[in-house]
Write a protein that binds this ligand. Structure first.
Ligand SMILES: CC(C)(COP(=O)(O)OP(=O)(O)OC[C@H]1O[C@@H](n2cnc3c(N)ncnc32)[C@H](O)[C@@H]1OP(=O)(O)O)[C@@H](O)C(=O)NCCC(=O)NCCS
Length: 142
């Protein structure tokens, strides 16, 4: 498995397709809803193997010392095989290299055990997406 930023237009398409499939499609959200207006400010990483994309995630610097991990998603059939942890480790290395000492994220309720496994602490309940998906603010010192 190789973790890196997508390069070709096919890789970028696969990157956003996976994000949409895992984070938007199950809630009947249209293609395009997976993108944020600030995409060009993020550091995007994906896990690749044999030209297939296995998982995606991105990093946003909130300020000089604090980063946020966003849009973490692993292809449904490949979950629970360690891809998510590998992506989180790579995103944290990237955050540290950019000067961050803390990473925050808003975890979907279903993903809280995964982020706890990655060493994140629960801070507080945050927002509700599509009136159904409760999120929790979590953080980790790096
Ligand atoms: C959350 C997600 C990114 C985790 O990626 P993953 O590759 O499946 O996770 P890993 O295999 O690296 O998991 C590492 C450990 O985290 C914990 N964990 C992961 N998913 C879990 C779950 N659904 N329930 C409980 N624990 C979980 C386990 O301890 C796991 O180790 P184990 O499999 O040896 O028990 C992935 O499940 C996913 O894409 N889910 C759908 C989209 C989503 O909800 N994204 C998060 C948005 S905030």
């Amino acid at each position: 498995m190789e973790i890196r930023t997508p390069v070709t237009s096919e890789e970028w398409d696969a990157y956003y397709q996976l994000r949409w499939e895992e984070l938007r499609k199950p809630w009947n959200q249209p293609i395009g809803s997976e993108k944020d207006p600030d995409e060009n400010l993020f550091c995007h990483l994906a896990a690749f193997e044999n030209e297939s994309i296995l998982g995606v995630g991105c990093l946003k610097m909130i300020n000089d010392k604090e980063a946020q991990i966003r849009f973490m998603a692993v292809a449904n059939s490949l979950q629970r095989k360690g891809v998510g942890v590998s992506l989180m480790n790579a995103l944290e290395v990237e955050a540290f290299s950019r000067g961050a000492h803390k990473v925050v994220l808003h975890a979907r309720e279903i993903a809280v055990p995964f982020y706890e496994y990655c060493g994140y602490m629960m801070i507080e309940k945050s927002y509700l997406l599509y009136d159904t998906i409760q999120h929790y603010l979590m953080s980790k010192e790096i």
